[in-house]
Design a protein around this ligand. Structure first.
Ligand code: MG
Length: 247
């Protein structure tokens, strides 16, 4: 007992003396007291942080419209989920966003139909054009830069953190909007940091341009903000608990 107290005391003395050596001068000079970060009440499993904009809370699709003609969406709302209704088209958020934090939950069908890109395919387009791929990538071979968590056809995810078909999965994304110079050329690219089910899969990945299916992506100057687009790829993929924090 006495021995452990002595060890503890000598540890404190050593820590204090090493601090004294490294902090000559006034420690107050490096303290920042103002401004003070805003207070945000964190969310829980089913709720958003207090400063988030909720795009889908399980009840209605009023924050969304058809991409094609801005008409009311025809996707299905069942339980707390919004599900792709095949052939009704992509939907887009009514609000536009630039740099942001996005939380979104998605689920591919529990009954596996199809393979490769034909299995549980959807996608989340930031600013209407940079696609973070949604796909059933649980034991489903496809091109790596087209699997779940890829920046579609540009960058594969660092790892495959997919859950089984029919299980809810999460994406938490920090997105930095691209910037353009006055002449329309690129100043800084779009950047993605993505956690898939809590696992880091994109780490500050710089997009090569807007998503294209064929050919090489390139940047075309656009507004500082754009809508989120969710893709109708013909598979009944579901979404829930969608919220955004503007950065
Ligand atoms: Mg897709």
């Amino acid at each position: 007992m006495r021995k452990s107290v002595l060890i503890l005391l000598s540890g404190i003395t050593m820590a204090a003396s090493s601090m004294a050596q490294t902090t000559e001068g006034d420690p107050k000079l490096t303290e920042v007291w103002t401004p003070v970060p805003a207070i945000v009440t964190p969310g829980s499993a089913n709720t958003a942080p207090s400063d988030a904009i909720v795009l889908f809370n399980g009840k209605d699709g009023s924050q969304w419209q058809n991409k094609k003609d801005a008409s009311p969406i025809k996707w299905k709302i069942e339980g707390d989920a919004l599900t792709v209704e095949k052939g009704t088209g992509d939907i887009q958020s009514k609000k536009s966003f630039g740099s942001c934090q996005l939380h979104i939950e998605w689920r591919t069908p529990s009954v596996v139909v199809g393979e490769s890109q034909g299995r549980g395919n959807s996608g989340i387009f930031f600013m209407g054009q940079y696609e973070l791929q949604v796909l059933d990538s649980y034991d489903n071979k496809t091109y790596s830069n087209g699997q779940a968590g890829s920046i579609y056809k540009q960058f594969m995810p660092l790892v495959n953190a997919s859950k089984k078909p029919g299980e809810w999965q999460t994406y938490d994304v920090i997105f930095t909007a691209p910037k353009f110079k006055a002449d329309g050329s690129l100043e800084s690219p779009a950047k993605f940091t993505v956690l898939h089910n809590g696992v880091l899969i994109q780490n500050g990945t710089e997009a090569k341009g807007g998503t294209v299916y064929i050919g090489q992506p390139k940047y075309t100057a656009h507004d500082a903000k754009g809508p989120f687009v969710l893709q109708d790829h013909g598979n009944p993929v579901s979404f829930r608990n969608i919220w955004v924090r503007e950065l």
